[in-house]
Design a protein around this ligand. Structure first.
Ligand code: BGC
Length: 722
């Protein structure tokens, strides 16, 4: 139909041209214009597949037009091609909400999203951010960030989903669906092994293949295979000696050939290093400008015969594919039917802050405080008055209505005296003292590391207050774990809110006062001692044939970041701990953490009982279903996260003592029970075999561990895989 309409239009215009002006040059121009209209209609045609539309379009482009699409402009845009009906596409950061485009809803940090273990909520976060993109004219969201939490000192951990590839993969997939279901292109980043910010252009991550596949790749794999993400951003760092944006193994072998990725592969900002090598390795888009993918450089390569135009066509095709798939060119950039912030978006931000704050410690049930019995509360410390909504850099969001912890309490307790500075005697006489410690957007942001230990002044404050007042509650704001061993024995209660977004104050008050019941679980391990991490410890043990432990390159330089020790300048970062990252190490090496992965307290209690498997023996490739009953045995509503870990009892290769392969968050009223099921599919039992370069399942004995943290296991169920 489009074709016949076009022909009709063409004839009318064509004949009028002849009547209006008979000069041949004018005729030719008008003919071009008519052809262009026909072409645009064809490209816009919904009757054609995305691939057909792109092929027609690329077939019409001049070489110069193609090259212009291979790089960004004005920092965050993809070039328009007005002649062919392509408007400019605008991108923006990032995972916690929109940055650099006025105020928007500041969601809690991604690590807090992970701490919710709530799939539906994380989908909603994606949806809300996508709606704000639609309202503000953002086509491409530079998120989610999904790098694995390997060391607590990485200042970007807050932008990512924690230490476990399965938990991070499931939640990042939900997030991506929330974004892309609402018509915005998601860009999963930073591929791959970008786990430290120190000298990030040069820090070479040396990682063995099995570890890449089992720890650092899975989130990206799930994002592509399950979330159908259409954008991948490469990392700054080299991986095994080759820059990510020139790394053929990462881009062609893994993304394209192994996982079948069909979308765009772009650089991180100012992280391309060549023209020819990058093209050959499979890079499509250089951001934010054409340092290497410019006309001069590319034409030279064409003239020299080092590349052919078909390679450029392929790159352009990959760049266009997501936009056509999501209909970006078929719509206007701004859609006023969406809101820029406010309303339900605030509710999602608050719910996430509440569900993402982990109650780490609560001796003698000090919490919740009883609001009606309070007369004076002191709230002090680094993050009491400041609203540490989020870390800095690309993850920073200008919140439209930030609420500090002090304001959160003032709003919740209008008749209680809230003091934010206090003398010793005032601290002593207060009904409770909340010490707000941690970092902020200055300490935690891209391109440098942050300390593990809090500044001395903060630790001293905690100790001093705890001596004066037994009702001392520590509220932590930080992008991950911190050192607690030096002061933890002195305080009865600790709440860790990561960066809780715009509503951190409301959430902290609501949780401490028991308006809400904590339900978050740590998405990473908090160690007692720095040396306890596999990534930082001296060679702990070396098993025959196995991976040795390493020392993360720490040491000896001081920078003026609270006067703490930071990384020394080296360029090779050997991931000698291999697959033993986070709780995989702690449980395998029998190291007791301060707070285990998956840990989080509640004001009610739960029982996980009657755990059974749908079969005690399965064939390789089959799934098995875990069923169990969860009962809220306390006196208030709450939520529990049932966690299922797999142990391979007799593996021929070293495997972690346990690995998370399923979880479910269950919301229960007091006294209520629910039977839940968790499917453990074939992937739950496999490991990456470097001999055959694929995932394999070895027949033999397995165990399914069911509990509410990586170390609190209620049932261990045997399973035979034949
Ligand atoms: C960050 C990316 C971000 C980009 C654009 C870079 O510095 O590493 O995560 O998307 O800037 O702001």
């Amino acid at each position: 139909m489009f074709r016949s309409l076009s022909v009709f239009l063409f004839l009318i215009l064509f004949s009028s041209c002849i009547v209006l002006d008979s000069r041949s040059i004018r005729l030719a121009t008008d003919e071009d214009e008519i052809n262009r209209i026909i072409l645009l209609e064809e490209i816009a045609s919904k009757d054609l597949s995305v691939e057909e539309r792109i092929s027609i379009l690329v077939g019409e482009m001049t070489l110069e037009e193609k090259i212009s699409l291979l790089s960004g402009y004005k920092d965050f845009y993809i070039e328009p091609l007005e002649r062919l009906g392509l408007r400019p596409l605008r991108s923006a950061d990032a995972t916690m909400g929109l940055r650099g485009i006025g105020r928007s809803t500041a969601m809690p940090a991604a690590i807090a999203m992970a701490a919710t273990w709530d799939e539906k909520l994380v989908y909603d976060i994606g949806r809300v951010i996508a709606e704000e993109c639609r309202a503000k004219g953002i086509d491409i969201l530079l998120a989610p960030g999904v790098n694995i939490y390997r060391v607590p000192t990485n200042s970007r951990n807050f932008e990512y989903f924690g230490e476990d590839p399965y938990l991070a993969g499931v939640l990042a997939t939900d997030y991506i669906k929330g974004i892309q279901d609402n018509g915005v292109l998601a860009t999963v980043k930073h591929f791959a092994a970008n786990n430290s910010e120190y000298d990030r252009h040069r820090m070479n991550s040396i990682v063995d293949e099995r570890t890449l596949h089992e720890i650092y790749f899975p989130v990206f794999k799930m994002a592509i295979e399950k979330g159908n993400v259409l954008g991948v951003m490469m990392a700054y760092n080299p991986v095994n000696g080759i820059s990510a944006s020139e790394n053929e193994y990462l881009m062609r072998d893994i993304l394209r050939d192994t996982w079948g990725f069909k979308g765009v592969i772009m650089t991180d900002w100012i992280s391309s290093y060549s023209t020819l090598d990058s093209i050959k390795a499979g890079l499509n888009l250089e951001m934010p400008t054409d340092t290497y993918f410019n006309e001069k450089a590319i034409k030279k390569l064409l003239t020299e015969g080092l590349i052919v135009e078909a390679e450029i066509d392929e790159m352009v095709g990959y760049i266009l594919y997501p936009s056509f798939e999501l209909g970006l060119y078929d719509r206007a950039p701004v859609d006023n039917s969406f809101v820029e912030f406010g309303g339900e978006h605030d509710e999602v931000a608050l719910k996430t802050a509440i569900e993402g704050s982990v109650l780490l410690k609560n001796d003698k049930n000090l919490l919740p405080l009883k609001g009606e019995e309070l007369k004076k509360v002191v709230i002090i410390g680094h993050n009491a008055v400041k609203t540490a909504t989020t870390g800095g850099g690309a993850g920073n969001v200008k919140a439209h209505n930030p609420v500090s912890i002090v304001d959160g309490f003032k709003n919740a307790l209008p008749n209680v005296e809230i003091m934010t500075s206090a003398s010793s005697s005032q601290i002593k006489s207060a009904d409770a003292v909340i010490v707000c410690i941690g970092f902020d957007s200055w300490h935690e942001q891209e391109s440098h590391e942050r300390p593990w230990r809090l500044p001395k002044s903060q630790i001293n404050l905690v100790k001093k207050v705890a001596k004066l007042n037994p009702n001392t509650i520590v509220s932590i704001t930080a992008g991950g774990g911190i050192e607690t061993e030096s002061w933890i024995g002195e305080v009865p209660a600790i709440l860790h809110s990561f960066y809780g977004g715009q509503s951190i104050g409301t959430a902290v008050a609501s949780l401490i006062l028991g308006e809400s019941n904590p339900s978050a679980k740590l998405p990473m391990t908090m160690a007692k001692y720095w040396e306890d991490f596999s990534t930082t410890a001296p060679d702990r043990y070396i098993r025959e044939n196995q991976i040795s432990w390493t020392i993360f390159p720490m040491i000896n330089l001081k920078i003026p970041l609270f006067g703490s020790t930071v990384l020394r300048q080296i360029w090779d970062s050997e991931y000698k701990e291999g697959i033993m990252v986070g709780y995989r190490h702690f449980t395998t090496a029998n190291v007791t953490p301060q707070f285990a992965f998956g840990h989080g307290l509640s004001y009610t209690s739960f029982e996980i009982s009657d755990a059974t498997l749908s079969a005690s023996s399965i064939n390789i490739g089959d799934s098995v279903t875990l069923t169990c009953k969860v009962t809220n045995t306390g006196d208030r509503a709450g939520a529990e996260v049932v966690q299922a870990y797999i142990r391979d009892v007799d593996s021929s290769v070293i495997r972690p003592d346990r690995e998370l392969k399923g979880f479910k968050k269950v919301f229960l009223d007091a006294g209520e029970s629910q039977t839940i099921s968790i499917e453990l599919d074939k992937d739950s039992f496999s490991f990456y075999d470097i001999e055959i370069t694929d995932w394999v399942i070895e027949p033999g004995q397995f165990e399914v561990l069911v509990g509410n943290s990586s170390v609190d296991i209620d049932s261990t169920l045997p399973l035979t895989v034949n």
